[in-house]
Design a binder for this molecule. Structure first.
Ligand SMILES: [Zn+2]
Length: 219
């Protein structure tokens, strides 16, 4: 376990906190490592977190060290199994994502940036108790081949090839949720049709090369 990976994950936690996407002990994040993952511990506020407290976890769910992993470790572990091409996972309880998740709505194609998650909608996973295998199953079903989903009455999940990409996606989804709620409060947003979203997806698939579709440059 390299010190630089621990540092990267600690910096990610602080950035999510600084940006207001997570507060106190809510939310968690991880990066893939050889044979498993490095994940935030359970119950330590980010301001008290040190690089040493991050928890190396094997793919079978066992861990070493004094700290227990986040109660949501199954989602992280299962997400890496589900998406071998992605190496970072961010989970937030950010306000606007939670608000849409409490309405149990998918984020519809009200804006072309919805395509940054890799599809024409961003699904909301069925509700299950936090920390359970059922929640992990529901989250993977909602993710499908996409890089993000909402978790009903809970929060948001964003995946990336790198931690900066996962954080950028989480920030974008939080913004989309805020914009969607504002639009809904003023009326009924006009949704883009299948052809328009297919165009947006195609553009994202090619726009950022060589860094690829992970980097949503399409503003
Ligand atoms: Zn959570």
């Amino acid at each position: 376990m390299t010190a630089s990976l621990r540092r990267e994950l600690l910096d990610a936690c602080r950035e999510l906190d600084d940006r207001g996407l997570n507060r106190g002990t809510s939310g968690n994040c991880s990066v893939r490592v050889d044979g498993g993952l490095l994940i935030t511990p359970s119950g330590i506020p980010t301001r008290d977190l040190s690089a040493d407290a991050l928890v190396p976890m094997a793919d079978d769910g066992t861990w070493v060290g004094d700290e227990a992993p986040s109660s949501e470790w199954r989602i992280h572990r299962d997400a890496y199994r589900h998406r071998p091409d992605l190496d970072a996972v961010v989970h937030t309880h950010s306000t606007h994502a939670v608000a849409v998740a409490c309405l149990r709505r998918d984020i519809p194609p009200f804006h072309y940036m919805v395509a940054t998650a890799g599809g024409d909608i961003i699904r909301c996973a069925d509700y299950a108790l936090f920390g359970t295998e059922e929640l992990s199953r529901n989250a993977l079903a909602a993710l499908g081949d996409r890089r993000a989903c909402l978790l009903a009455n809970h929060g948001m999940l964003a995946l990336g090839a790198t931690m900066p990409a996962a954080i950028a996606l989480a920030i974008e989804i939080e913004a989309l949720c805020e914009q969607y709620l504002v639009a809904c409060s003023a009326g009924e947003p006009v949704l883009l049709d299948d052809t328009q979203m297919a165009e947006a997806l195609e553009r994202f698939a090619t726009y950022g090369r060589p860094t690829g579709p992970e980097e949503p440059h399409g503003r």
